[in-house]
Design a protein around this ligand. Sequence first.
Ligand code: UVW
Length: 317
Amino acid sequence: MTEAPYLGELLRDAPSNWGKWGESDEVGSLNYLDAGQVLRGVGTIKQGSVFTLQRLIGDPKGDPVWPGRSPAERTQIFDESSWDGDDAPNFPGGLHYADDKIDAFLQGSTQYDALGHVWYDGALWNGYSADTTVGGLEKASVEPIADRGVVGRAVLLDMAKFRGKENLDKAETFTHHDLLACAEAQGVTIEKRDILVIRTNFLKLFFDQGEAFYEGFCEPGLIYSPELVQWFQDMEIPNLVTDTIANEVTTDPENGVALVLHNALMRNLGVVFTEICDLEKLAADCASDGQYTFLYVAAPLKVAKASGSPVNPVAIK
Ligand code: UVW
């Protein structure tokens, strides 16, 4: 097998938004989501129905995680049994309470990636040096995304339904042309500055396969091409939201490179990624009433210097 090309070579002449919002920018294409975009999103609301898109942390079925990460673990610290001995703090009046904590990868459940999450050539979003990631992200962490929030018009693109399948297969790919064809079949137009929410029903694939999924680990998803990256830039897409771990086919079958779009879209264009969403209830509702547009509202947790953070996005139709 020939060696995969280096990302810096593959993306040498790729489109870039570095500097577009000033040399101190840390939220990239989220800058497109101004007040007008919030109102455009509000304009899609017809029924007032609300869908939350986060997966349950602590789901007894388990969690899909990127190799090397582990699912979140919740630990009970205090419960009714804690007050039998002297370990729990005693407060006057007989107060008892429950406390717990989680030990979790910040990229381990439904999450926002910070723009500084990936890099090549020693530089991340907007040209910040990769040295600024040492010991925690000094630049382009999740903090500025959490600070501003993400609100706008979103479109659900149900790729699984469009392909007539329960779920896309391992390593199955699609392009922006497929997204446009899917939108057309759904009777919706992808407009400039829309948040793209793509359903592959990955969670079904993952739970059906179990541990076998990690043999030849490769998620289904968008595949890189220079034209696709140009389309994202021209369409001013601020946020790419999917139900998969990486939002793209894990390893590009054409060039053998891993996470090309993390670099071409996130690092170079400042497109913010939201991963491992549960889109099932939303997708069922969109299929039943034919309305695939909605107001999307999300704010990751404010975690200092973090390269990502859990989130529970909300879709309002
Ligand atoms: C990596 O980029 C490695 O992971 P994720 O898919 O969580 O962004």
